[in-house]
Design a protein around this ligand. Sequence first.
Ligand SMILES: NC(=O)C1=CN([C@@H]2O[C@H](COP(=O)(O)OP(=O)(O)OC[C@H]3O[C@@H](n4cnc5c(N)ncnc54)[C@H](OP(=O)(O)O)[C@@H]3O)[C@@H](O)[C@H]2O)C=CC1
Ligand SMILES: Nc1nc(=O)c2c([nH]1)NC[C@@H]1CN(c3ccc(C(=O)N[C@@H](CCC(=O)O)C(=O)O)cc3)C=[N+]21
Length: 300
Amino acid sequence: MSATVIDGKRFAEGLRGRIADHVSRLKSDHGITPGLAVVIVGHDPASQVYVTNKAKQTAEVGMASFKHELSAEVPEGDLLELIARLNGDDTVHGILVQMPVPDHIDANKVINAIAPSKDVDCFTPANVGKLVIGLPGPVSCTPLGCLMLLRDQLGSLSGLNAVIVGRSNLVGKPMAQLLLRDNCTVTMAHSRTRDLSEVVHAADIVIAAVGRPQMIKGDWIRPGATVIDVGINRIPAPERGEGKTRLVGDVEFASASQAAGAITPVPGGVGPMTIACLLANTITTASLINGLVPPRDLTA
Ligand SMILES: NC(=O)C1=CN([C@@H]2O[C@H](COP(=O)(O)OP(=O)(O)OC[C@H]3O[C@@H](n4cnc5c(N)ncnc54)[C@H](OP(=O)(O)O)[C@@H]3O)[C@@H](O)[C@H]2O)C=CC1
Ligand SMILES: Nc1nc(=O)c2c([nH]1)NC[C@@H]1CN(c3ccc(C(=O)N[C@@H](CCC(=O)O)C(=O)O)cc3)C=[N+]21
């Protein structure tokens, strides 16, 4: 069997189109231009690409985009001061500090400095709490993107066995909350999980968020399962020429796509959805800051 390849890139384009429509309504009906500030510390080339894509897509949907690049040696206090300034800036409705930050900076301090009302990553304890108990607010971007692709593919997720490999605050944990909300039976696997291949084999839905290139093999996948590959790993690709690299996920795509019913590719799967959901969250925060009800249909 050969799986349906889920086109996250195209799905994200559609979502950005709906976001652009909503932005123009916010402008014309309420005089609000949603604004997103992205802060990057250091010069990691992969992060730079990601931040540049984000800025470009933010502008394309009609939002205001603010980019702040700080040197890798910036003192923690300067970063916290910048965040405080953005918290107080009425043209900014969303603040994203690209992770990871350099070792001399305490990531928890940075997260806690962001006003929850502008926390479009859904990193602050206040917003994580809202997510868990189901109150309106931003929803973690990557998990939200995965959920949208799953709903589009499967319709109802009710009663399905979902296995999430990886338990980070960024992906695994919020993913579990969203799938639980959609009535999946959720299992979280991690580096101490025994018999991982068997745990994965029980899943109707597999979410791979490990950060290990092609670790999850095709024969672990239950025939017909839906596989969402969050991993973004750059590996050497000598076949493309000396020193060249390519992106692969955490799933061995060639073998897994023989077993799965549907599977996301890397690139072109979850990644573009993450950025589109970030823009959707900026509409949510811009609405709430201005006392408006955030649109529910955008990411439904
Ligand atoms: N597409 C997108 O938009 C995004 C992609 N990513 C990518 O997703 C991947 C995961 O990111 P992130 O969640 O931040 O990663 P983290 O490194 O924070 O977490 C990795 C998780 O995988 C678990 N793990 C590590 N090794 C194994 C193993 N051998 N078997 C089982 N579990 C294991 C770890 O377990 P333990 O807790 O026990 O250590 C941990 O929970 C990365 O490739 C990242 O680049 C991330 C964000 C967005
Ligand atoms: N505060 C914060 N929030 C994040 O959401 C966050 C972060 N920090 N740090 C890093 C990770 C990683 N991440 C990605 C998002 C999109 C792509 C993406 O668009 N990928 C394209 C390919 C891009 C390429 O070619 O390099 C794709 O998969 O098709 C990748 C990675 C968000 N993260």
